[in-house]
Design a protein around this ligand. Structure first.
Ligand code: AMP
Length: 424
């Protein structure tokens, strides 16, 4: 029988990699704490309607990429392809709009999209997601963009490009849609098949197309910025001015419309030159009509989502990860017959806040030493035959090889003082 493999577009994150995930998620958590965002842990599956109404029927995500199934109760269920719609649903359903505003939420976890897998693009991938709900101030947009950049600053990413645009609002977008239709009408036969279809249904998405034949046309398409109503124009100016004041290097990208329909006013993306074809580490913007689209009252909101895999790929390409997977502070090595002592010593070390591990395989002292060094232990504690009879343990510093034999009851104190010196 053939061994079962993980489904296409999925992957396992194991010991050698998962510490990198922990570092990225912990950094995001630190930024969330410092910016006043509270964590939201939401369902991985939702009613399909949440996404078809929220994200938009004509988007690639809803049309082609959702993992949708009927559950045993006959409901149409979808594995979440993104988190924003769920965040807005949770905000409405839990009555958060009746409490103090705005509500700043963050979350992270797996998302699911049936896409063609390639480097940086998977069918199950993880996003970090920050949202500010209940506020239309442009300074909330500045805060969202700054919080995403703060994560990258803290994990040590450089060489990122921040692109920004305004996609207008229901007041000014219809006019822009019309001027785009007028512009594309004469060159319709030059567009790819997908964009010809978009011409009627959603002409803004033509601007997003990466095919060379479409790019040739879209390069000279009229920019949205020229069609913005006064309110959207003012909002955009305040956002860009606010970012400028923070020293952020941001460029206007007239073709940035993003793949999800719910955006209004601000849309932005952060790109890395070290990612290859799938070069976006982050995407976000304002979505003042999403709450209404899913059946709630009007609630403005702004947010971003960033792919954890892409952050890690960029960090690796830029050498932002220093060293290897961190090991335990101590590995306790014991001769045959000293297992109880080893177990007690490990227990005591852990109680003092020293991370420790021991041997369970009945290996020789020499191979336990090899294992300790392979797993990156900073120190070893040896309870060999001599140490058993004398009630002592030998403590060895793996960095410089120095060692000392000490009474068993002094081991914890010795390790703690060495650990302090190691950290300096
Ligand atoms: P989106 O939700 O499409 O705006 O995407 C936001 C971010 O999620 C992107 O900038 C990527 O970093 C990440 N992302 C989106 N789709 C995928 C995918 N299929 N695989 C890996 N990362 C993804």
């Amino acid at each position: 029988m053939e061994a079962i493999k993980a489904p296409r577009g999925t992957y396992d994150v194991l010991g050698g990699e998962s510490w990198k995930w922990a570092r990225v998620v912990n950094t995001a958590r630190g930024v969330a704490d410092d910016f006043g965002f509270k964590e939201a842990i939401l369902p991985i599956f939702e009613h399909t309607e949440l996404f078809s109404r929220g994200i938009g029927d004509t988007t690639d995500v809803v049309e082609k990429e959702m993992y949708t199934f009927t559950d045993k109760g006959g409901r149409s269920i979808t594995l979440r392809p993104e988190l924003t719609a769920s965040m807005v649903r949770a905000y409405l359903e839990n009555g958060l709009r009746h409490g103090p505003q705005p509500v700043k939420l963050w979350g992270w976890g797996p998302m699911f999209r049936y896409e063609r897998p390639q480097k940086g693009r998977y069918r199950q991938f993880a996003q970090i997601d920050f949202e500010i709900l209940g506020v239309s101030s442009p300074f909330a947009d500045v805060e969202i963009i700054d919080s995403s950049m703060e994560i990258y600053r803290r994990v040590g990413l450089s060489n990122l490009r921040v692109l920004i645009n305004s996609v207008g609002c229901p007041r000014c977008r219809p006019d822009y849609r019309e001027s785009l239709r007028k512009f594309f009408e004469t060159g319709l036969d030059k567009l790819c098949e997908t964009c010809r279809d978009r011409f009627d249904r959603n002409p803004l998405r033509i601007l997003d197309c990466k095919k060379p034949e479409c790019r040739e046309l879209t390069d000279s398409a009229p920019p949205m910025i020229d069609s913005l109503c006064e309110e959207c124009k003012e909002h955009f100016m305040s956002v860009t001015r606010g970012l400028e004041k923070l020293g952020a290097d941001v460029s206007l990208d007239n073709k940035l419309v993003r793949g999800l329909d719910y955006y209004t006013k601000t849309a932005y993306e952060i790109l890395s030159g070290d990612l290859g074809a799938q070069n976006a580490v982050c995407g976000g913007g304002r979505y003042d009509n999403l709450a209404e689209a899913i059946g709630g009252p009007g609630v403005p909101g702004v947010g971003f989502a960033s792919g954890i895999e892409r952050i890690i790929i960029t960090m690796e390409a830029q050498g932002a990860f220093m060293g290897n997977e961190p090991g335990t502070d101590v590995f306790v090595i014991s001769a045959a017959g000293a297992e109880y002592e080893a177990s007690l010593l490990t227990h005591e070390l852990r109680a003092k806040g020293v991370s420790s591990d021991m041997d369970f395989m009945g290996r020789s002292i020499k191979s336990q030493m090899k294992y300790a060094s392979q797993t990156g232990a900073k120190f070893v504690c040896i309870i060999g035959e001599d140490e058993i009879s004398s009630g002592t343990a030998t403590v060895k510093n793996m960095k410089d090889g120095s060692q000392e034999t000490t009474r068993r009851e002094s081991v914890c104190g010795k390790i703690l003082s060495w650990k302090e010196a190691w950290a300096q």
